[in-house]
Design a protein around this ligand. Structure first.
Ligand SMILES: Cc1cc2nc3c(=O)[nH]c(=O)nc-3n(C[C@H](O)[C@H](O)[C@H](O)COP(=O)(O)OP(=O)(O)OC[C@H]3O[C@@H](n4cnc5c(N)ncnc54)[C@H](O)[C@@H]3O)c2cc1C
Length: 346
């Protein structure tokens, strides 16, 4: 079978990663986005690549584990090719343990993680004091430490993919006619367009607001405390996120809900008190009806494919999704896991 040409519509993390995977396998690729790369929810600042809880295993968790484990190599190749850092670092994560029940559960999960994560990452319960000054206050004095979580800088990761693709002669253009197979990775706008054609809701947007602080924590684990991701980036900044808003009028505006998130983060990690706020950002996550990614051929539109529904873990899922979609587009090989199909959402 001759390698088909690929047109990718949408230059967020899904579109760029799929374009990269297809390009690396030798396919001619063009990327079309009228708003430019990283213009949607992928142009943000948080970047927690964090695992699901290691229990009640299912295809979604297994797929995400594969993706998190392959991320290091994926991003190293992107950086080596284009010369732009995505800010990737697998530095783990700390979570406080609030009470005895939480402690009991966390200890049980040490065993399930050893089994489910196949010894490739650790989930352990440790005294918070072992992590020096950098840990969230914990009522039990204990924290969950996992070595699977990584951080990335989303906006820089998009720039790194653009640079890597450009090194191979692939540019993101604002407009171009379809050539060959067409990959629609158009984020929440794409979900809204599908809703207009469907008999029931395919998905919707969930707005999130986040803040970037001037705070150089060094090469330390990210924190997850009081429902917030606190991500020390490689460049001496630190991100805090996020709100989760199903009802919103202004997709890109920040408001008092973000100020509350910042205040909560400062209560959870008192060192952040006084750190200057560099920027406030809002984006709209694409949430498919099933909450899982929606991948595959577009029913009734031969030669057209969909990759959408990254919701809150789009960056964590992107390396594996890129692989699976390149398999499908270039080789006709369908390795999409149960529950991730376009048809599950239509
Ligand atoms: C505040 C916040 C915090 C987040 N934190 C994390 C996190 O910590 N970890 C994580 O993994 N994920 C996180 N996410 C989720 C992650 O950002 C998303 O899952 C991901 O960005 C989705 O990528 P995407 O490429 O599908 O969509 P998008 O990034 O939205 O890209 C879609 C692109 O399609 C383009 N487009 C739209 N219509 C068309 C068209 N007709 N033709 C061509 N192009 C079109 C748009 O311009 C846009 O560039 C967060 C999101 C938010 C908002």
């Amino acid at each position: 079978m001759a390698t088909p040409e690929i047109t990718v519509r949408g230059a967020g993390i899904f579109g760029l990663s799929i374009a990269w995977a297809c390009h690396r396998r030798g396919a001619p690729v063009q990327i079309v986005d009228p708003h430019g790369p990283g213009a949607g929810s992928s142009g943000g600042i948080v970047g927690a690549l964090a695992p699901h809880v290691p229990e009640n295993w299912n295809p979604k968790k297994a797929f995400q584990l594969d993706s998190l484990l392959m991320a290091e190599r994926f991003w190293a190749e992107v950086e080596a090719t284009g010369g732009v850092s995505p800010g990737y670092g697998r530095l783990g994560r700390l979570q406080p343990i609030a009470d005895d029940r939480g402690l009991q559960l966390a200890v049980q999960r040490c065993d399930s993680a050893a089994d489910l994560w196949q010894g490739r990452a650790i989930w352990e319960v440790r005294p918070a004091a072992e992590f020096g000054e950098w840990h969230p206050p914990s009522a039990t004095g204990m924290v969950i430490h996992d070595t699977l979580s990584a951080r990335i800088h989303p906006r820089q990761a998009c720039a790194a993919l653009v640079a890597a693709l450009r090194a191979g002669g692939v540019e993101v253009v604002p407009d171009a006619p379809d050539l060959g197979l067409v990959m629609h990775a158009t984020g929440y706008q794409g979900l809204l367009e599908m809703n207009a054609e469907a008999t029931r809701s395919v998905g919707n947007g969930v707005k999130g607001q986040a803040a970037l602080l001037q705070f150089d924590a060094g090469q330390v684990p990210q924190l997850y405390a009081d429902g917030l991701h606190i991500i020390p980036h490689a460049d001496g900044t630190l991100a805090i996120g996020s709100t989760s808003e199903r009802d919103f009028t202004h997709p890109a505006d920040t408001d008092s809900q973000l100020e509350e998130v910042i205040a909560r983060a400062r209560r959870a990690v008192p060192q952040l008190e006084g750190a200057a706020i560099l920027s406030r950002w809002a984006g709209v996550r694409p949430r498919a009806r099933t909450r899982a990614p929606m991948l595959g051929e577009w029913p009734g539109r031969r030669g057209h494919f969909i990759a959408n529904g990254g919701f809150k873990i789009g960056f964590g899922m992107a390396p594996r999704i890129a692989d699976v979609m390149a398999d499908l587009l270039l080789e006709g090989r369908d390795a999409i896991p149960a529950g991730f199909r376009v048809s599950d959402n239509l």
